[in-house]
Design a binder for this molecule. Structure first.
Ligand SMILES: [Mg+2]
Length: 341
């Protein structure tokens, strides 16, 4: 059996083609933190993470410290059979950032692929050759929207970031996007926790009154206010998605029990890796809660894992997998609103 004998990490910079802004942050480049694993039979693989202090609270310093002090100890000297059982035995319970655990889990799945002589795609059970993705319209001035849409004509579903603009401006932005993108386009709204319950209900009522066809409203209010999502859902005809409110199976159970959500947004960096993300998917399927696979603005490896999970578990849905579209040096390929596998 393969044994892990060494772990190391390093940071590399990945420039973005254009800046990415939401109500929580604005970034122009990524610092991707690689976590490398070496085995006694000479295999070397790595997983990746990024800091998202405004979203998960995980800083680059904390992630690197977790690699250094905790994950190295948890991994070195351990026999490896497969990623999920290794994760459950040695990683799930230790106290680290989820972003660090996720990088270790990516590396373990890569190791499983090498050890078993399969591709990562086969290991994750993905049969799809491409997966549909939306594309983000970042938080912006209304005057910029035509230019942003003109740069995204290959996509047909838009995730629109809104924030602290006044209600009239919010609605006007969506109205303009609907006019330019056409009746068939999908419009998803993500205020990233910037709104109150009342604002969310008003926005929903206004956009419904105008027939603007919002596919879903994602995490409009503070992550901790799970009951608030239920209030919005009850008072509006718009579907509600939880993103920052959904990290774990316990969050899913709570949101479902409160009737707070129509959909959840699953991201490996929130949940702590591929293994826990797959566990959340399994539970969501049992509960009948629809799920979408998303990513942070992160490196290719994490995005590829998300694409493969989406392709394996909900291949016919349009997920939120456009993060690599923003990167200057990505190997992932987008065409006609699909990302190739
Ligand atoms: Mg979101």
């Amino acid at each position: 059996m393969t044994k892990i004998v060494e772990t190391t990490y390093r940071v590399r910079r990945e420039p973005l083609r254009t800046s990415f802004s939401t109500s929580l942050r604005s970034i122009n480049e990524l610092s991707v933190i690689e976590f490398h694993i070496k085995t006694d039979d000479g295999i070397e693989v790595f997983g990746e993470s990024v800091e998202t202090p405004a979203i998960t609270g995980d800083t680059s310093a904390a992630i690197q410290s977790d690699f250094d002090l905790r994950l190295s100890k948890a991994l070195i000297g351990k026999e490896f059979e497969d990623a999920a059982s290794f994760y459950r035995a040695h990683i799930a319970q230790i106290r680290t950032t989820n972003s660090a655990k996720a990088a270790a889990d990516f590396a373990l799945y890569e190791l499983q692929a090498v050890v078993s002589g399969k591709s990562l795609k086969e290991v994750l059970g993905c049969l799809a050759t491409q997966v549909k993705s939306d594309v983000t319209i970042p938080l912006t001035e209304i005057s910029e929207i035509p230019t942003l849409l003109a740069a995204r004509t290959e996509f047909s579903i838009f995730k629109v970031k809104l924030g602290s603009e006044d209600m009239k401006t919010r609605v006007n932005k969506v109205q303009l996007i609907r006019e330019i993108a056409g009746a068939e386009a999908g419009i998803r709204i993500d205020p990233n926790q910037a709104w109150s319950v009342d604002e969310s209900i008003t926005f929903s009522e206004e956009t419904e009154r105008l027939g603007l066809g919002i596919e879903y409203l994602e995490q409009p209010i503070a992550a901790m206010n799970k009951k608030g999502l239920a209030q919005i859902r009850k008072m509006s005809g718009t579907k509600i998605m939880a993103d920052e409110a959904l990290y774990t199976i316990a969050d899913l159970e709570l949101l479902h029990g409160l009737n707070s959500v129509d959909l959840i947004n699953i991201k490996t960096l929130k949940s702590g890796g591929i293994t826990p993300a797959l566990e959340i998917i399994a539970r969501a399927k049992e509960l009948g809660v629809a799920f979408s696979i998303g990513t942070m603005m992160e490196g290719d490896k994490g995005i590829l894992a998300a694409i493969l999970i989406a392709g394996a578990h909900r291949p016919d849905y349009c997920h939120d997998l456009d993060a690599a579209w923003w990167a200057s040096n990505t190997r992932l390929r987008y065409a006609k609103g699909m990302v190739a596998i």
